[in-house]
Write a protein that binds this ligand. Structure first.
Ligand code: ZN
Ligand code: ZN
Length: 468
């Protein structure tokens, strides 16, 4: 007799089994331990399941037996779940001037689960990241995503044109993905497109019968391209069909209004309005006194971001000295600015959700604050993201961009563009700019400008000589 082998016991995720996590989730054979606030920040989907994980009481019992908080998520693959955690913990650091295609799979997994768990904000960010990276999603899927999440129609012009002009009709499976309204819109556009007559061809051709009889060197009658027919200028009987297949479908696409499609039945519509502004931070384990206020934060974030804080928080506490960083005994940060710290909290807790195509001037002061604070505490990863964010929101001049790229060791090709702009502009460097850049960098730019000017002059000279 043989019995079925015991299923393998679950193993802890190498990436995301954080000792300070207050929830354990099992997906396939992997255990993930992390901060439950991430799930609550993103969706109401897990609220019922998380009711039994009150972090405060759990922590007051010194951690306790965490197994009782185990949540099992079925019908999800571990790699996808890991990508969702990557979104929560790491994606905020991964935005840069370089579009890194190696994250495509992570974003696709994130999107898959974001849609499954009604995380609408997360899904939007994932769509933007995938669109920005020109990731292959398939025409129908991308159109469906744009409709479901109310994204820009400009993202799917190519996809819509292909779907409207292709031979095959929309399939039942595609209709399910698109929803009935968008299916109707596209089917209608396909019909309109089928009725369109090809554009007149650009080069008018010789009429062959006429060309052979009228080669007198004075006039060779041409076909006139009209409504898909070529008509000879000389003899109406010489008409033939136009071979042009070029159809202008842009007016059809222009007429499609995807914003009018009701999204409520497509997305969860679950409201996160009930969450307080400082969601996440309010569950933090570390209390810092900034100005006269106490700021609550997860020590995990500070320790991941900065070795300064890792060292500070690793200081041994003795029984004679009360533990620092608690509500009763917060760590006082002298000379710090409360607004700057609020912005840093925003970076940790909210910025992963804030990325989109939109240029928001309102976000500029936030990122300026974050940059200044991250420079002060040597948070290298945050400095780099902040520089990119400022550029994304059009807040950087070329000169400042060059200075920041050098200071924070950011990709050379991005800086090369800015350097070219400075060497080709009409005005020379101002004293203020030189001071901002520092002497060696300013001198390098002065040299760039001279070289560019010399090359320009010699080009002009050689052109004059050629004219003579
Ligand atoms: Zn003819
Ligand atoms: Zn033609």
């Amino acid at each position: 007799m043989s019995s079925a082998p015991d299923p393998a016991p679950p193993t802890r995720s190498q990436e995301y089994y954080l000792e300070e996590g207050d929830v354990i989730v099992r997906v396939e054979d992997t255990l993930y331990r992390f901060h439950s606030y991430h799930l609550q920040r993103a969706t109401t989907y897990f609220d019922k399941l998380l009711e039994n994980t009150p972090p405060a009481s759990w922590q007051s019992r010194g951690g306790g037996d965490v197994d009782e908080f185990l949540i099992v998520i079925d019908e999800v693959e571990a790699t996808d779940f890991e990508a969702l955690l990557w979104f929560f913990y790491e994606s905020g650091y991964r935005w840069s001037c370089l579009v890194d295609k190696s994250f495509d799979e992570k974003w696709k997994s994130t999107l898959l689960l974001a849609e499954k768990f009604s995380m609408d904000e997360v899904a939007k960010v994932a769509c933007y990241a995938l669109h920005r990276a020109s990731a292959a999603l398939g025409d129908i899927y991308k159109i469906a995503l744009c409709v479901r999440h109310g994204l820009s129609k400009e993202w799917i012009r190519g996809e819509m044109e292909r779907v409207i002009s292709r031979k095959e009709c929309l399939s039942a499976d595609e209709a399910r993905q698109l929803g009935f309204e968008m299916t109707t819109v596209l089917a209608d556009a396909r019909e309109t497109s089928a009725r369109l007559i090809p554009k007149p061809c650009k080069d008018t051709k010789m009429c062959i019968p006429c060309a052979t009889t009228f080669l007198d060197g004075i006039s060779i009658p041409n076909y006139r391209c009209h409504l898909g027919v070529h008509m000879c200028a000389k003899d109406r009987m010489h008409a033939c069909k136009c071979d042009s297949t070029e159809i202008d479908r842009q007016p059809i696409i222009d007429a499609i209004d995807i914003t009018s499609i009701d999204q409520n039945h497509l997305t969860s519509g679950a409201s996160l309005q009930s969450r307080c502004d400082a969601w996440g931070s309010a569950q933090g384990d570390l209390f810092l006194k900034v100005e006269d206020k106490v700021v609550q934060i997860h020590s995990y974030h500070l320790m991941t971001a900065s070795s300064v804080f890792t060292d500070m928080l690793a200081l041994p506490t003795t029984s004679t000295i009360a533990r620092e960083g608690t509500w009763a005994n917060p760590i006082t940060l002298e000379g710090e600015n409360l607004d700057a710290w609020k912005n840093l909290l925003w970076f940790f807790y909210d910025s992963p959700y804030a990325w989109s195509e939109e240029v928001k001037s309102d976000d500029i002061p936030k990122w300026e604050c974050i940059l200044a604070l991250s420079e002060k505490y040597c948070m290298k990863g945050i400095c780099q993201v902040a520089v990119y964010a400022l550029d994304h929101h059009n807040a950087l001049t070329s000169v400042r961009k060059i200075g920041l790229c050098v200071r924070h060791n950011i990709d050379g090709s991005w800086m090369a563009q800015a350097r070219r702009a400075v060497s080709e502009r009409a005005e020379s460097l101002t004293a203020q700019e030189a001071e901002e850049l520092g002497i060696p960098l300013a001198m390098a730019l002065v040299k760039d400008r001279e070289q560019y000017l010399r090359a320009l002059m010699s080009k002009l000279k050689s052109r004059k000589i050629a004219k003579k």
